[in-house]
Design a protein. Structure first.
Length: 73
């Protein structure tokens, strides 16, 4: 199992090196930008969108429940 983890890790390092070379940032800066800024930023963005959708859907559910109660009485 360790061999697979090592191979995967080395592949990830190569990808970061390629990104660093392509952009001119270097391995370290590419790593920082992706894993310190980009990934947490995307997590926060999707969390906020999820909360927004839950609030929006919750309001619709409450409205539907109130309106069905008035129609059935």
């Amino acid at each position: 199992m360790d061999a697979y983890v090592d191979k995967f890790f080395n592949w990830c390092v190569k990808v970061l090196e390629i990104i660093g070379d392509y952009t001119g940032w270097g391995y370290e800066l590419a790593n920082i930008i992706i894993f310190v800024f980009l990934q947490p930023g995307l997590i926060l963005l999707f969390f906020c969108l999820w909360i927004r959708a839950k609030i929006k859907n919750g309001r619709k559910r409450i409205y539907i429940q109130k309106s069905t109660k008035h129609h059935t009485s």
